[in-house]
Design a protein around this ligand. Structure first.
Ligand SMILES: Nc1ncnc2c1ncn2[C@@H]1O[C@H](COP(=O)(O)OP(=O)(O)O)[C@@H](O)[C@H]1O
Ligand SMILES: [Mg+2]
Length: 364
């Protein structure tokens, strides 16, 4: 098995809606997935992730646009002609078939010999850690074991790409974290291209080489977890990936990479060279909770605030701080060294302006 690329070019899908008439579930989505890459479609419920994945799989035909897998345009091919493995959210195992027969299903359809079927099924069951489960039935398995069977069934046909639709969402939190590590290891071991769908930003960040964030039927930003966290292109992405404070500011001056911004009565200096901002313009500051350092007392440099609440979490402390009319989230690591602040205490907030993203337009 080795990975091939996937290219989708301006695909759209409309569905009939009882009240709204025809609505776009996916609108002009283009995306390139590199061979052996693990790409995740991330976004809130209803944004079009499943519909996009089903169009790659061939379970749904796009109203417009093309899908390519490797060198081949597969837009007009049925799902079973595309050589893909698909892992569903609800596993979709055959309840009346044993684990062995569930996994063997695709090979039987391909009319493989019984010797080859026995060998291949044995290999993939070992690969997903289910040796000895051949004769069990789905209702005799835990959720995690069922998910492994679904995974084994998807990879046994040696697909060119693996597609996952929220495969871990029915598992408990601890198992979810464990399984996502296993999934990624397996995908890398098989060097197989994967497209994964989730609404869980932490899962997406942990498992993916690259993430495409979807909103209302469109891809709004693509990048590595780090790109999206550090350089969100919109308030939507800033708020969807990680925790964040959004502060309103107004540009005071712009000169050769130096941008002065008035924020809560203070003038802060930024050195952003590609923000395309003009004096007088409203901006939104994307300030992550760890991009603020606290010092005791009022100072003329930095924003003045008052501790509103404090949550001690061992290796870090999370504060809520009243700054003007805003409540800011601030995370302080190494509290033993930086000291603990208590409710009502006056503090000065130093913003790490190098790490703070400026977006045109104030928060809505
Ligand atoms: N078969 C369908 N018929 C009508 N509307 C659909 C159908 N499938 C999905 N939709 C609508 O398309 C939108 C996107 O759905 P979906 O792709 O399942 O989103 P996600 O997987 O991101 O939660 C939703 O508004 C949903 O109601
Ligand atoms: Mg879905």
């Amino acid at each position: 098995m080795s990975g091939v690329g996937i290219q989708i070019d301006r695909i759209s899908k409309r569905f009939a809606h009882r009240v709204k008439g025809e609505v776009y579930a996916v609108r002009h989505v283009s995306l390139t997935v590199q061979p052996t890459e693990f790409l995740t479609l991330l976004g809130p419920s209803g944004c079009g992730k499943t519909t996009t994945l089903r169009m790659i799989a061939g379970f749904e035909r796009p109203d417009e646009g093309r899908v390519r897998i490797g060198e081949q345009d597969v837009t007009d091919l049925m799902a079973n002609q595309r050589n893909i493995g698909f892992v569903f959210q609800n596993y979709a195992l055959f309840p009346h078939l044993s684990v062995f027969e569930n996994v063997a299903y695709g090979l039987r359809v391909q009319r493989k010999s019984s010797g080859e079927i026995r060998r291949s099924v044995g290999d993939v069951l070992a690969m997903v850690g289910l040796q000895g489960y051949d004769q069990q039935f789905p209702n005799q398995l835990s959720g995690g074991e069922q998910q492994r069977v679904a995974l084994a069934r998807a990879i046994v046909i040696r697909p060119r790409v693996l597609l996952f639709d929220e495969p871990l969402s029915n598992l408990d939190a601890k198992l979810r974290v464990h399984m996502r590590g296993e999934l990624r290891d397996l995908q890398k071991r098989l060097s197989i291209t994967a497209v994964y769908v989730t609404h869980d930003q932490e899962e997406a960040m942990a498992i993916s080489d690259r993430i495409a964030v979807m909103h209302q039927g469109a891809i709004v930003q693509e990048g590595t977890a780090e790109d999206l966290y550090r350089r969100p292109a919109s308030e939507f992405v800033a708020q969807f990936i990680g925790r964040t404070n959004l502060l309103t500011g107004r540009v005071r001056s712009v000169a050769a990479k130096r941008i002065e911004v008035d924020v809560v009565g203070q003038c802060l200096l930024f050195s952003d060279d590609d923000a395309h901002l003009a004096p007088g313009q409203d901006v939104c500051l994307v300030v992550r909770p760890e991009m603020i350092t606290l010092r005791p007392g009022d100072s003329d440099i930095g924003l003045r605030g008052e501790i509103f609440s404090r949550t001690f979490l061992g290796e870090k402390v999370e504060y809520q701080i009243r700054v003007g009319t805003n409540i800011l989230q601030v995370t302080s690591y190494d509290p033993a060294q930086s000291g603990l602040f208590s409710g009502g205490q006056r503090v000065t907030l130093h913003l790490h302006t190098d790490s703070i993203q400026l977006l045109p337009g104030g928060p809505v």
